[in-house]
Design a protein around this ligand. Sequence first.
Ligand code: 6PG
Length: 478
Amino acid sequence: MSEQSDIGLIGLGVMGQNLARNIARNGFGVAVYNRTTSKMTAFVDEFGSEGAITGHETVGELVAALKRPRRIISMVSAGAGTDAVLDEVSEHLEDGDIFLDGGNAHFADTQRRGERAAERGVRYLGVGISGGEEGALHGPSIMPGGPREAYDQVSEILETVAAEVDGVPCCAWLGPDGAGHYVKMVHNGIEYADMQLIAESYDLLRHVGGLEPERIADVFAEYNRGELESFLVEITAEVLRAKDDATGEPLVDVIVDEASQKGTGRWTAQDALELGAASTTITAAVFARVVSSFKQQREAAAQRLAGPQPSSDGDPDQLVEDVQEALYAAKVVAYAQGFSQLAEASEEHGWELDPGTVATIWRDGCIIRARFLDRIKEAFDSEPDLSSLLLADRFREATADAQERWRRVISTAVSAGVAIPAYSAALAYYDGYRRARLPANLVQAQRDYFGAHTYRRLDRQGSFHTRWAQDRQEVPAD
Ligand code: 6PG
């Protein structure tokens, strides 16, 4: 009998293929299975020589080829497919075997599947994997959650194939049940916010600054040499530089302006609402994609709704500098909101998520990798109970220094009629968060007026109600 494999992998889409190759290239034996057998055999023919890769035609054969406890990672698309794979695999697994779901599953599904698997004695890990195809092959960021002792039995493989920064892997156990998939979901929410902020910056530079895509590519490449250094800023420069072969125009100009979404950003926003986490920048980014999808309506409305037409009569050089600082400040707010949401969720589910660990494993491999994640890690390492990233010295100073330019970018956009939903949400959050007194006192009074919902007073304990429409007498409510 040939030597047994270290891990089994199910689902040979591009992510699955690349992860299998990465595992094999790192010296682990990987047994692969795909529902369509021809895809499996083609994969083994092409890449089998890269390491100890064996192909199997049935799930039963795959399981039989694995060392005990069996470790199987599913790379099928999130959703019903994962349930089907789990059901099929479970029939062949034994007590103590480990099932890893590497898809973008909703954390509540992971909680449910984890409980069901546990009833059958199978240990279930929900494993967020970020970095796209390249990341899967060369080192993704890996966000595992589930039973700790099960993680300890797969950690060597996962931490070896993950990206690393200064010898520290971008993979760490995050917490029980859905913790890993939750962190991946919020990662994607931040990804949406980051992308939208960059897109709004581009819109301003293009339509208010009057700069052409190639010049904006230079601007982003320059931004990428400073505090904004990140994967998303880097690829934005490359995207803006690309020309369309067919027309010779900038490629970005021939791409339809309707942004798709698979759901993880929406889930982040939905759960923020459930938790009472104010992830407004992420939510604005999700809605911006929704508005973009009303293409036909927008084209009709463009003929009918009044408002300024963006014109490039300002100073483009100043705009370039302003946007650089505004983008950084808004990005700090987006990440601060994401980390606050993680803290809320951790509290709600009892996960004890460590924000410093999350920042550590996002430093490389994932889509939101960025130089400033090092600073975020330092901030949480030195103050683990930080209530908001905005209060960490470094970010407090950065947002303070950016004030003038940040506000100028937003007022320029508003005057020019350029929609900047993510920028606006970030600044509104910042201004709301830093005000000791908000107009919510009036909202409370209104609620009490029409619904006797009561209010508390600044100067006295207790709840009160005023008979607003009658004698306007205030009475204690409890
Ligand atoms: C990642 C990406 C990855 C994927 C998103 C895109 O971390 O590698 O986030 O998960 O590209 O699913 O999501 P949308 O299709 O919703 O933009």
